[in-house]
Design a protein around this ligand. Structure first.
Ligand SMILES: Nc1ncnc2c1ncn2[C@@H]1O[C@H](COP(=O)(O)OP(=O)(O)OP(=O)(O)O)[C@@H](O)[C@H]1O
Length: 265
């Protein structure tokens, strides 16, 4: 039997911006090798929670733990060697070629200036190959389409080669095929490399396709957490998104899929 290791836990995590409470009593446990989807309407606190978990926002000492140790005790470099984070909105990049941006993922490991070791170069090539962007390597990032850029940013995250990956709406800008390719890639990272992945999705069908666990937020608190089947129900969609929907279970190519269709629109 596989041993369960909690890589990230929060205990009654609260977070505010000034007087506005954003997260309220969040207690979660994320296990090694788990694919966790973070769901909830706009403004429910998904990005804020990811940022608290990645130590990009300051939390109290006993609220967030990485491998059982309070994250407050980790240095910035240690955090970057453990968690790679693709934010919702990327910094604009000018005058930088694709290879150089992907290579930037190796920065938490740089010791002597910006000389890349053979190992660095192998990981950079692997990341570009994995994201199918080798053909773009000599192009300037600002000359790429939105979807191509997004794949380059994800390759940079992979080059960081961390055990934990956070993705905030990773399929933004991607066409239908690339969205589903990305889900396959995320699944591959979990299956082949035992990565722990936490991803924000707005498309519930994407979360249904690949998640081991779902955390559904409503107004800064956990409405429900558990398997997709337990959490993504017609009742939950109505309570959280204020939308009536039909959840249909389909069997395609002997694999079980789920599809959500809005009602009365
Ligand atoms: N830097 C900030 N300063 C003040 N308030 C903020 C800041 N960032 C986010 N908020 C507020 O915190 C709340 C939660 O925002 P957050 O970005 O975590 O939501 P989200 O669930 O990720 O939303 P979305 O689906 O729209 O990306 C919102 O009300 C937002 O206005």
């Amino acid at each position: 039997m596989k041993m369960v290791i909690n890589v990230l836990t929060t205990k009654n995590l609260n977070f505010s911006f000034g007087k506005q409470t954003i997260l309220n009593g969040i207690s979660i446990a994320i296990q090694e090798g788990e694919m966790v989807s973070l769901l909830g309407p706009n403004g429910s606190g998904k990005s804020t929670l990811l940022r608290c978990l990645a130590k990009l926002y300051a939390t109290q000492k006993n609220e967030v733990y990485l491998m059982g140790r309070p994250i407050n005790e980790y240095s910035k470099k240690e955090m970057a060697q453990n968690i790679a984070f693709l934010p919702q909105v990327q910094e604009p990049v000018t005058h930088m070629k694709v290879w150089d941006l992907v290579a930037f993922g190796r920065s938490p490991y740089q010791k002597f200036g910006w000389v890349y070791s053979g190992e660095d170069k192998d990981i950079i090539s692997w990341a570009m190959d994995y994201m199918h962007i080798i053909h773009l390597k000599d192009k300037y990032v600002n000359e790429l389409s939105g979807g191509e850029k997004q794949r380059v940013w994800i390759a940079m995250i992979l080059a960081q080669n961390t055990p934990i990956i956070f993705l905030d709406e990773p399929s933004t800008y991607m066409d239908l095929k690339h969205q589903w390719d990305l889900l396959k890639i995320i699944n591959g990272l979990k299956e082949e490399f035992n990565k722990t992945i936490v991803s924000v999705f707005h498309d519930l069908n994407h979360a249904l396709e690949i998640s081991d666990k779902v955390i559904l937020l409503k107004e800064g608190h956990i409405y429900a957490t558990g398997s997709t089947k337990e959490v993504i129900t017609e009742q939950a969609i109505e309570d959280v998104y204020d939308m009536k929907a039909k959840v249909c279970h389909l069997n395609i190519e002997s694999k079980s899929h789920c599809l959500i269709a809005p009602l009365g629109r």
